[in-house]
Ligand binder design. Structure first.
Ligand code: URP
Ligand code: ZN
Ligand code: ZN
Length: 480
């Protein structure tokens, strides 16, 4: 006679965004079907005693196989990127489908699906990036895509090939409100950055470090306030992504105090790095390894980010995994000839999908800065709610997908490039000691990674059509 459960995860401590308790989990057909004191009648058992049993990590901000305007090659495709994600305790990632200016948004989305097809170890779902908000895109393509389950999209306030002006931002925000999509904003003031870049270059300040000065926190603060003002004018919820420090964070708090629906994301680079890392060894090109936008700030900003992680200013903690090679043949990595002439040519972005959860756990939970429940909220439950995946993902409940990460809170080890699974040839977090590591990642009831290595031969990740974000009130959730 067949057993009632395919798998039981036994003896661990279950942690959700709300609770912490000892129980077993029964799984059938990839779903959680029972949570009880004792589940003994399963075809297979995993002994989780001494471990934490957490909802699988959801990394809501990653870039995989994304084309670049200057030919720089992204170091991760869907295969290596999701392998790295799985090894780091994630069961779902949300990369961006980037619209290339002058092309159809739908065609770009189709291309991304082709790139991801049969390549993913984790589940995936795409945000869109709107770079060319033509009447056709805003009036038809975007509307149809949101209705097809692409319920979030990102807009940029900087980068020559992506920046939208204020009129365009307002138009995109209007569509988001009408269609109930969540807009994600890269808030850095383009003209201020360009002005600072010119000034620094004129003074001969071209090393990677000056990227952090050109991308001043003032420019991020101003753009954050402008994005919030546009959102207020158009009455739409917004998510400010990769918030780097105190000044932009205060703008978000300012808006929240006035009752606005402004949501916020921060990332590992803003708790584990500072702008001094961009100095490299002695203002040399090693600093390029840390160039990302917004850049890491100073210790006061790190302190502020911790306050925001603790007090709820931040809803989501994502990696902003945007991996480039440092050394690469043929001028396709960070260490290219042009980049040596000015920081402005250094590809922006750093790898981090595999180290996101260990860094927040170690620096946050193990050091007593945030609770376990808050860790789960920031890294799984809130991303699921905000991006329309809840309660299928982001929690441990009867009916939810059996996406589970087993966590050894006592394991101590050091981040080393040689142990990571990403495609990049370096990690900006080299040498950081971590207390607390994911030891088993389970996707819909199947173990996909064990002790930092992927063990599943099958690339069983599925594309996830998403529902409307929880930020829109009155939305009724259902598990299909
Ligand atoms: O430097 C970064 N963050 N690159 C990735 C693209 C983005 O703006 O998120
Ligand atoms: Zn961005
Ligand atoms: Zn990004």
């Amino acid at each position: 006679m067949s057993k009632p459960y395919d798998l039981a995860v036994r003896g661990g401590t279950i942690v959700t965004a709300a609770d912490r308790y000892r129980a077993d989990i029964g799984i059938r057909d990839g779903r959680i079907v029972a949570i009880a004191d004792e589940i003994s009648d399963a075809a297979e058992e995993i002994d989780a005693s001494g471990l934490l049993v957490l909802p699988g990590g959801i990394d809501a901000h990653v870039h995989l196989a994304q084309p670049t305007s200057d030919g720089t090659l992204m170091a991760d495709d869907f295969e290596s990127g999701t392998r790295s994600a799985a090894a780091g305790g994630n069961t779902t990632v949300l990369p961006f489908a980037l619209q290339i200016k002058g092309t159809s948004l739908r065609a770009c989305v189709d291309e991304y699906h082709a790139k991801a097809q049969d390549k993913c170890y984790t589940d995936v779902s795409f945000h869109l990036i709107i770079s060319d908000p033509t009447p056709q895109v805003l009036g038809q393509e975007l509307v149809a895509l949101v209705r097809d389950g692409y319920t979030s999209f990102k807009v940029f306030m900087t980068y020559d090939d992506l920046v939208l002006n204020d009129a365009e931002l307002l138009q995109v925000f209007e569509v988001a409100r009408r269609e109930q999509a969540l807009v994600m904003v890269h808030a850095e003031g383009h003209d201020a950055i360009k002005h600072m870049t010119r000034t620094l270059e004129d003074e001969g300040k071209t090393a990677p470090y000056y990227h952090a000065e050109a991308h001043a926190q003032i420019a991020e603060r101003e753009a954050t306030h402008r994005a919030i003002s546009h959102a207020q004018l158009t009455d739409v919820p917004v998510m400010i992504v990769h918030v780097s420090g105190r000044d932009p964070m205060e703008q978000i708090q300012w808006a929240r105090k006035r009752g606005m629906k402004v949501y916020a994301e921060t990332c590992p680079q803003y708790i584990a790095l500072t702008k001094d890392d961009l100095k490299g060894l002695n203002m040399d090109f090693e600093g390029a390894k840390y160039v990302c936008s917004p850049p890491p700030r100073d210790e006061d900003s790190q302190k502020a980010i911790w306050e925001g992680l603790r007090d709820g200013t931040f809803d989501v903690f994502s990696s902003d995994h945007c991996p480039f090679f440092f050394e690469a043949k043929g001028e396709i990595g960070k260490n290219n000839k042009k980049a040596k002439t000015s920081f402005k040519w250094v590809p922006n972005g750093i790898p981090g999908v595999e180290t996101r959860l260990p860094l927040l756990f170690s620096e946050g939970v193990s050091k007593g800065r945030i609770s376990l429940e808050r860790f789960v909220a920031l890294t799984s439950t809130n991303p699921a709610r905000l991006y329309g995946l809840y309660p299928q993902k982001g929690t441990l409940a009867v009916g939810s997908d059996a996406d589970i990460t087993l966590w050894d809170a006592g394991r101590v080890d050091t981040i080393r490039q040689e142990n990571l699974n990403h495609g990049a040839d370096y990690t900006p977090y080299e040498g950081i000691q971590i207390t607390g590591w994911p030891v088993r990642t389970i996707l819909r009831g199947n173990t996909i990674a064990l002790n930092g290595k992927v063990v599943s031969e099958a690339k069983s990740g599925r594309y996830q059509h998403r529902q409307v974000s929880d930020v829109y009130e009155g939305v009724v959730r259902e598990v299909e």
